[in-house]
Design a protein around this ligand. Structure first.
Ligand SMILES: NC(=O)C1=CN([C@@H]2O[C@H](COP(=O)(O)OP(=O)(O)OC[C@H]3O[C@@H](n4cnc5c(N)ncnc54)[C@H](OP(=O)(O)O)[C@@H]3O)[C@@H](O)[C@H]2O)C=CC1
Ligand SMILES: CC(=O)N[C@@H](CCC(=O)OP(=O)(O)O)C(=O)O
Length: 325
């Protein structure tokens, strides 16, 4: 029997990518699509390439009290817009929240699927990590778990494609003319992803992440996110690589690479690529993580988490190779 799935925020970039993955998922059946401004439109008018089996769906006005029978709901709403409404979704409906309202919130599990799948299995309320944390924490986890770096001295320099800002981005200074051939730092010292990154670093290391520095940049590409992370530690490159190979030995979506990863390696997939370079003489360890911000950074991770909470094989519906070039 198929699992009845709803997506709220389906007209957005994160929700649209969730729809693409759900449409191809062998165990999921999309039965409910919802939104705000797009309510009343046919899904096929929003997504002309929609598979024929979904052509009958009309985007409904989001109302947690008027859901059809559902097993699973993906919420891809602007951060700040989901907490109150999702609290009214019946407990019988499993939820994966792609937005930021429930990360490290009471009653919700932080869905860092590649690092702690055992925490996610059996839960019904999952908060997907933000896109920058998805790349950063995946790269750092093996080093923190083996004590190869100091948790209190981590500097993250990250770049994201413009789709990271969502469709709403076009009205907030992220239009073509402003982003094309431009490189934009933002969110200095106060980006909303700092708390979830600090909390996870502390959980994985048992130490304080007090010195964390994070600078995101917008780069002129559609998808892709790369985090270059500078740490203090005396490990060699080979020790870091070996730690990551051990940590991710049986994890299907993380690739530990000798070459520094590139964003295009992950495009359209749920993969995360990690690599390391270290110089013990300089007390320096560099970690690099590359993901698709809409894949591992949003909808891919969300489907992985949904598989885990639905008791399905973790890789179901996520086995397609990345788009290249
Ligand atoms: N883009 C990315 O790479 C990532 C995004 N995220 C997070 O995912 C969430 C969605 O982001 P993204 O898809 O990029 O954003 P978009 O701006 O592309 O989409 C936002 C969606 O939310 C819907 N929406 C807005 N307000 C309401 C409301 N009051 N009721 C119902 N629906 C509403 C919109 O629907 P309508 O058009 O019908 O108004 C639209 O479908 C955000 O929290 C974002 O931070 C997380 C990781 C990565
Ligand atoms: C380019 C851009 O604006 N990117 C977003 C990241 C998207 C994301 O992960 O957002 P949530 O944490 O809200 O889910 C940002 O920096 O806020």
């Amino acid at each position: 029997m198929s699992i009845r799935v709803g997506i709220v925020g389906i007209s957005g970039f994160g929700g649209g990518e969730a729809m693409r993955l759900v449409a191809a998922h062998p165990a999921f059946e999309l039965v409910y699509a919802a939104g705000e401004g797009s309510a009343g439109s046919r899904l096929a008018d929003r997504f002309p390439g929609l598979p024929a089996k979904l052509a009958h769906l009309v985007i409904e006005k989001w109302d947690p009290e008027a859901l059809p029978p559902l097993d699973l709901l993906f919420a891809s709403l602007p951060t700040g817009a989901s907490a109150e409404a999702l609290a009214r979704v019946p407990a019988s409906v499993k939820i994966v929240d792609i937005g930021g309202d429930h990360r490290y919130a009471e009653g919700w599990t932080y869905g860092l699927g590649d690092v702690w799948p055992e925490r996610i299995i059996g839960q019904t309320r999952i908060a997907n990590p933000g896109c920058f944390p998805a790349a950063t924490l995946t790269a750092l986890a093996p080093l923190l778990a083996e004590g190869l770096i100091e948790p209190g001295n981590i500097i993250i320099d990250a770049k994201t494609g413009v789709s990271g800002a969502g469709r709403g981005g076009a009205t907030s200074g992220f239009g073509y003319a402003e982003t094309n051939e431009n490189l934009i730092p933002y969110g200095l010292l106060k980006h909303t992803h700092m708390p979830e990154m600090a909390a996870t670093i502390e959980q994985l290391s048992g130490g304080s992440a007090a010195g964390l520095v994070f600078t995101p940049h917008l780069v002129p590409m559609t998808r892709g996110l790369l985090a270059t992370i500078y740490c203090r530690g005396r490990a060699t490159t080979e020790q870091c690589m070996q730690a990551a190979r051990r940590f991710y030995a049986d994890r299907p979506f993380v690739r530990v690479t000798d070459k520094p990863p590139q964003t295009k390696w992950a495009t359209g997939s749920n993969l995360a690529f990690v690599s390391y370079a270290a110089d013990p003489a300089r007390n320096l360890v560099m970690a690099i993580g590359a993901v698709d911000n809409l894949g591992k950074g949003a909808a891919g991770q969300a489907v992985q988490n949904a598989n885990l909470i639905c008791g399905l094989p973790e890789t179901m519906g996520l086995e397609g190779a990345p788009v290249w070039p």
